[in-house]
Design a protein. Structure first.
Length: 297
């Protein structure tokens, strides 16, 4: 939550004194009411018995379900804060608010992941706070519309556990603010119908679409704090290593054929001569074959 102005701190102190809560608890609830667009709040503070939910018009749920006295006090506190927020410029957003669920904790039953049209409450603060700003003016370019200006008006917004989101159905964009950074995602062809945070603090944010429950981390990142995300590092391949051919050791070389014995050569010449005498071999054939055999000696 933004820093309270002196007038805002005085208003918180006065409300805390009237309702019997500490200024820290009232300031925490004020942030929850603002996040709920002035008409509802999802809160978690020890003085309110832990986590709970309030909606203008009578619906209130606490972890201490049977403590009706505390329910009445919390309802009165939230109603006065809702009236206070309604008189503040730029705190009530147009569009719908989508509630979130906290994994393992009851956060609104049938109202969970449904949309509420922010009514902003009615009437003014009993003490007549007027139009003085509750908060120190934000730096230029910041404020209620914390997302990049080129996204325009959000279709729905919400916040829980220091995580804020804004969904832009027409441009298929989703802005998430957490840890001082704003990340914009491409929602592709998802028709987002609600969000849920799976852990009590800093958990992964998921949303429901026509494909069921989807993790936000699986969406393509468009920008981080207004800058395009860095390109993924290209893989570096090592140059090929030249391996020289391995010469076969002499011990593994095929042995050269042994020269033919002289007796075998002369016997072959004699057979050729007999064939020549019978006219089977011509003079040229006999002479060529004889010369070949003699070359082996």
């Amino acid at each position: 939550m933004r820093q309270l102005s002196p007038a805002g701190q005085q208003a918180v102190n006065d409300i805390a004194q009237r309702h019997g809560f500490s200024p820290d608890a009232v300031a925490s609830m004020l942030g929850s009411v603002i996040d709920g667009n002035g008409s509802m709040a999802q809160f978690n503070h020890p003085e309110f018995a832990g986590s709970g939910q309030w909606m203008r018009g009578g619906m209130i749920m606490l972890s201490d379900m049977f403590n009706n006295y505390l329910k009445g006090r919390v309802d009165g506190l939230c109603t006065e804060l809702s009236n206070l927020v309604a008189n503040q410029p730029d705190l009530i957003r147009t569009g719908s608010f989508q509630s979130q669920s906290q994994g393992g904790q009851y956060q609104g039953g049938p109202y969970q992941n449904s949309q509420y049209q922010g009514s902003g409450g009615s009437g003014g603060m009993e003490a007549g706070f007027g139009a003085a700003s509750l908060f120190v003016p934000p730096p230029p370019g910041q404020g209620a519309n914390w997302w990049p200006a080129d996204l325009g008006f959000a279709s729905s917004t919400g916040a829980q556990n220091d995580v804020r989101y804004a969904y832009f159905a027409d441009s298929r964009r989703l802005a998430i603010a957490t840890g001082g950074h704003v990340t914009v995602y491409d929602t592709l062809d998802h028709n987002i119908g609600g969000f849920s945070q799976q852990q009590s603090y800093g958990g992964s944010l998921s949303f429901t679409s026509q494909y069921g429950l989807v993790d936000v981390a699986g969406l393509p990142v468009v920008s981080i704090d207004g800058q395009a995300p860095p390109a993924p590092p290209q893989p570096v391949y090592a140059p090929p290593v030249y391996v020289p051919p391995v010469s076969m050791p002499p011990a593994f070389e095929s042995p050269a054929p042994a020269p033919a014995a002289e007796g075998d050569i002369f016997a072959a010449i004699e057979k050729l001569a007999a064939l020549h005498a019978k006219g089977i071999l011509t003079d040229q054939e006999f002479g060529a074959k004889k010369a070949e055999l003699l070359s082996r000696l």
